[in-house]
Design a protein around this ligand. Structure first.
Ligand code: ES4
Ligand code: ZN
Length: 322
């Protein structure tokens, strides 16, 4: 219908996409074969059948296993090129892409292999794209600091740093020093907070890490004080509807709080998170949310506008999209 075509055709930015989460089962099998790796799954269908998650950790276990087929610079290039082509088809004009170097360096894949492959695809891709290096919060701050050191020769290829992986039990303040160091380097700062974790994690991401966007942040509404603060500060939230359903942050899409976030005056955006694992790319996320929730064309345009406003594009390029 008409709303569907508005959603599909409107230009948008994607601000919360883990590139390793764009690795489709077909590409996992193709890369395993190319690299002589044997997988504990008989077929693409068998692998896809394992995508039945009960919470964030049950997803992360499979997501890290899937990423283990990535070995060469060409592998990282092919994965990234496939995402950019798919995002282009969804009328994504600009993407700020997360990658998890520690998932690969821990397996012996050199940092330079990871970043060179992803970066080259971004340079050659059909849309504007920048890179945000995430630290894995289940690992130590010392390991995050070592990763930031490894990234220094590639500083000009990074837009910013983020914080992902297992949230509960790993509060933002665990990474105070590495975020301070990244800030001194002029990197932009974001962190996952308030996906499964409490509003206090959102507060410490802002007050201790000094992040400029909150990834997920759907639990903001648990705290009226925090809600009022984020609205006042114009702090953006990168919301991922299909992810939240697959990881049981909400029971069903009809109980997702996207409409309430917008009504509270929060700068929410819609994003795909890990599209190969959660059942859809950016437009699929819009459509699933808009089918289940009382959202209209005005909300769609607001969300698209928010995606560019909340981006880290320089002011002139941002203005051209608004
Ligand atoms: C992630 Cl959905 C989600 N949450 C936290 N960390 C992640 N890494 C990849 N997807
Ligand atoms: Zn995420």
């Amino acid at each position: 219908d008409e709303l569907r075509s508005i959603v599909q055709n409107m230009p948008k930015a994607e601000l919360h996409i883990h590139i390793e989460g764009s690795l489709e089962p077909e590409l996992i099998f193709a890369l395993a074969q190319r690299n002589g790796i044997s997988l504990p799954y008989a077929s693409v269908e068998d692998l896809r059948a394992a995508y039945a998650f009960t919470d964030l950790q049950s997803f992360l276990d499979i997501y890290y296993a899937g990423a283990s087929v990535l070995l060469t610079e060409q592998d990282f290039y092919d994965m990234t090129a496939a995402y950019l082509a798919r995002a282009h088809a969804d009328h994504v004009r600009h993407a700020e892409i997360f990658f998890d170097p520690q998932t690969h360096t821990a397996r012996g894949v050199p940092f330079e292999t990871v970043i060179n492959g992803i970066w080259r695809a971004c340079q050659e891709g059909p849309i504007s794209a920048s890179l945000i290096m995430c630290f894995l919060r289940h690992l130590s701050e010392e390991e995050a600091l070592a990763t930031l050191d490894e990234a220094l020769p590639y500083r000009d290829k990074l837009l910013g740093v983020g914080l992902d992986s297992s949230e509960v039990g790993h509060p933002p303040e665990k990474f105070a020093r590495v975020f301070e160091r990244a800030r001194q380097l002029g990197l932009r700062l974001v962190a996952h907070a308030g996906e499964e974790g409490p509003p206090s994690y959102i507060e410490s991401a802002l007050d201790v890490l000094k992040v400029e966007r909150i990834d997920h942040g759907v639990r903001t509404l648990d705290s009226p004080e925090l809600t009022e603060r984020l609205a006042r500060e114009g702090m953006a939230l990168t919301v991922c509807p299909l992810s939240n359903i697959k990881l049981r942050v909400f029971d069903v899409m009809g109980s997702h709080n996207l409409r309430q976030l917008l009504d509270a005056g929060l700068a929410a955006t819609v994003n795909s998170d890990d599209p190969a694992y959660f059942g859809g790319y950016l437009n699929d996320n819009f459509i699933a949310a808009f089918e289940a929730l009382p959202l209209d064309a005005g909300h769609a345009r607001q969300l698209a506008r928010n995606s560019f406003s909340a981006s880290f594009l320089d002011p002139e390029r941002k203005r051209a999209f608004l």
